[in-house]
Write a protein that binds this ligand. Sequence first.
Ligand code: PGA
Length: 256
Amino acid sequence: MSSTRRLLIAGNWKMNGLKKEARQLSSQLAKRMSKANKPAFDMVVCPPYPVMGLVGDLLKGSGVKMGSQDNHAQVSGAHTGDSSATLLKNIGCTYAIVGHSERRTDHNEKDADVKAKAEAAIAARMISIVCIGETLKQRNAGRTLSTNRKQLLGSLPTDANAKNTVIAYEPVWAIGTGEVATPAQAQEVHAAIRAELAGAIGPKEAAKMRILYGGSMKPGNAKELIALPDVDGGLIGGASLNAADFWAIAEAAHQK
Ligand code: PGA
């Protein structure tokens, strides 16, 4: 089913990407994107901070965008080790992942923190990609929808709209595990997220907002996931580190 939502294929490199790998990956993607004939998707890669300058230069003009994996809620100041949305925008980031489950776990980020970060990213004129998702324990306890609802409503930036915000549903048990949500599981949660969004931001905006699936998305399973009515692309970790695999996922989106 075609929708009016522009598909988004986002690569989360996490803590990977030495200069040589980052250079190869960026140039290969830039080359493929430049040659693509009216791609039916937007593409963004989110490298770690040290190679952002390099990646941004190589992607320039190609159509592949750059994003960040996290940003501080403040604009500037005494926050050693952190980067603000303003700094990230200044180096060329146009998307900002916030609230990834690894940050929620490693840095004890709560929904309110994620919301503040998303709002900072939007204030810096970036598109925030707000991540939510249940653990296996929560799923097994029958709390999948309630967990995602709570995270969504707690993390959603004030003034969120379809232009400044993207939601990424990433079941924690599927991240980096090779275990992927079944199409039925993914569609159930995506539809529930859209219904919650309708209540939060109004049905019109909710119908336009992109909801990505993330968690062991690969060339072999991307097509059936992206084909689902409420799945508008993917947030891809492992498979985004290989240009051919990442591009194959994008081609699956092109076929939707
Ligand atoms: P994965 O990671 O594709 O390696 O499962 C997805 C993510 O964490 O964004």
